[in-house]
Design a protein around this ligand. Structure first.
Ligand SMILES: [Zn+2]
Length: 296
């Protein structure tokens, strides 16, 4: 209960004197920033809870308000293609706009993942789903906080190290668990968000979608093809994505007598999940346990 209250306070409290005011775009950078900032920062998330992250753009009112923060943390230019224009429009200094994926090599589209959105330029924006990248993003955020608030640099460093340690503990547990999976391919009724995740753990997945965002609905032909593959494979679980309708997963499940389980790429969380205190790490843990149910 105390945790929930604290979280609500962090989200809604007016700026306390001396605290860094940090705006973040979507959930992964929101979570990493509040882990690094701890008590020293007031971190808020621009995307409204429960909404789809790829099609999100800030409202004119939010853009006008960007100038009121000390730092604006975003994922990368492919996840938030609107960022440069919005921040310029708000008169922000370039140094206060932080690309959390700075120095991270982003994956390019592979076969079947043709990007459906010009903004992606063939790059997969879901970098946070590789633990090594999530740790680097944590580092980049900590560096930005240290630059802006050198007096508290040591604390930001400690907070970052603690979260990175927890991330790598999950990574080791995931590697152990996945090495024991009988099946290595899963079936996902959502967009191509898991390139980083599967390449880290030697898994693969099949999706009827075409690209890196949920905009492009699969064709009936692609759905039929996937349904056939599921039957041949003898899979018992179909995975659905977070927040969006489970209509496609439900249809495929009904056809093949499958169980529907959620895999969340953590683009965003619902209002209820936010209040419950979900973190990137807690989401990854629940994904791993759902994958165990389908692949073990
Ligand atoms: Zn996505």
């Amino acid at each position: 209960m105390k945790k929930v209250l604290l979280l609500l306070l962090l989200i809604t409290a007016p700026l306390a004197a001396g605290k860094l005011k940090v705006f973040t775009t979507i959930f992964p950078v929101y979570d990493l920033s509040r882990q690094v900032g701890g008590e020293l920062c007031e971190v808020s998330m621009l995307i409204p809870p429960g909404t789809e992250a790829h099609s999100y753009e800030p409202t004119p009112k939010q853009i006008a308000g960007l100038g009121k923060c000390d730092l604006l943390i975003y994922t990368n230019p492919y996840m938030e293609p609107w960022i440069a224009k919005a921040a310029r429009g708000a008169g922000m200094k370039p140094g206060d706009i932080v690309n959390s994926c700075e120095n991270i090599v982003l994956l390019s589209a592979t076969k079947g993942e043709e990007p459906d959105h010009q903004a992606y330029e063939g790059k997969d924006p879901h970098a946070w789903l590789d633990i090594g990248n999530a740790a680097k993003m944590t580092e980049n955020i900590a560096l930005a906080f240290e630059r802006k608030d050198p007096a508290n640099a040591a604390q930001y460093r400690r907070n970052a190290k603690a979260y990175e340690k927890a991330l790598f503990e999950f990574d080791a547990a995931a590697k152990r668990a996945i090495s024991g999976f009988k099946k290595k391919n899963f079936y996902f009724a959502g967009h191509f968000a898991y390139g980083y995740f599967v390449s880290r753990y030697g898994l693969s997945y099949t999706s009827p979608f075409k690209g890196f965002s949920p905009d492009a609905e699969p064709t009936p032909k692609a759905l039929a093809k996937m349904s056939d593959e599921i039957k041949k494979d003898g899979a018992t679980v179909i995975y659905r994505e977070e927040l969006l309708s489970s209509r496609l997963a439900d249809a495929l499940a009904a056809e093949g007598g499958l169980t529907v389980l959620e895999l969340s790429a953590a683009h965003n969380v619902s209002k209820k999940e936010l209040a419950k205190g979900l973190t990137l790490l807690s989401i990854l843990r629940s994904n791993l346990s759902n994958l165990e149910r389908g692949l073990k």
